[in-house]
Design a protein. Sequence first.
Length: 334
Amino acid sequence: LLGLVQAGLTATGVVRVWMVLAVAAATGIVSAFDGPARQVYVLELVGTGRVASAVSLYEVGLNASRVLGPAVGGAMLATVGTTACFLVNAACYLPPLLVIAGFAPEPGAAPPPHERRAGAVREGLRYVWRVPPIRACVLIAAAGGVLFNLGVAVPLLATRVFHLGGGYGALMAAFGVGAIPGALLAAAGSAWPTGRRVRALTVGAGAAVVLTALAPDAAAGFAGIALSGFLSIWLIALANTLVQLRADPALRGRVMGAWTMALPGTIPFTALLNAATAQVLGARAGFALAGVVLLLTAAATWRALDEGSAVHVVAGDGQHLGVADPGGDVRVQR
């Protein structure tokens, strides 16, 4: 609907800056509800045993659009205009809606209904903070918000450091090119994410970003961006899966709401941080900031992620629900 609104505004020529800002704000509000619901719905559709593959394939689609979207959008903008772009964007939502309408959740995957009450959001945030691996993964997601400001950091790196001019779009696409195999690897690999794997990928992604910022030429920059995409999307897919598996089913929606607040919710604020750093310290520093933040977050969450292969599911009241196994079942112990 918001895409149709934008198409109508541009077609009639009445569009003003405040209207664009209002549509952007409305998009953010919709995303605040859509993000957690969509991620929890994935688990309800496939069950816990296949959530790792489902989350990873979601990342494949997201990053394929990151590669193809700018190219298709740019070509359409040059040939058929802005209004047509918005109309096509709105139409692209119809097939997924039709598919979702025909889906049925996996039996037993949906959490039992719970009574709505005051303080539910606060309870969810307390739960996130009380369970160390979930807290660590949400903090890593927030740190990832510094990296995923591609529209701020990458153009500055491309134009001011590598002197690519209008070719910065190719540098942004390189991130998606690397991210797709990273997500596929997460989907094809072990369906059992652990804190130690998340920790190792956080360190690897942070180091890759810092090395990319230090790249001596454009060729090294392209390779570094692709490696950063590969490791960071693998990281986010595993961390997301670990959070969903670890959470108390009754609180999973609120937990994923906290995840959405962390990523992409922090991106508007981290964009300002990226831009300010680049303005004061230079484009290399603006891009390297994401790597430094990831490395610091890895250090801060080191012990919280120091777990073996077992995933202990903790209830909202702090009691131990049981141990989940690689097949996705939770062996209830209370």
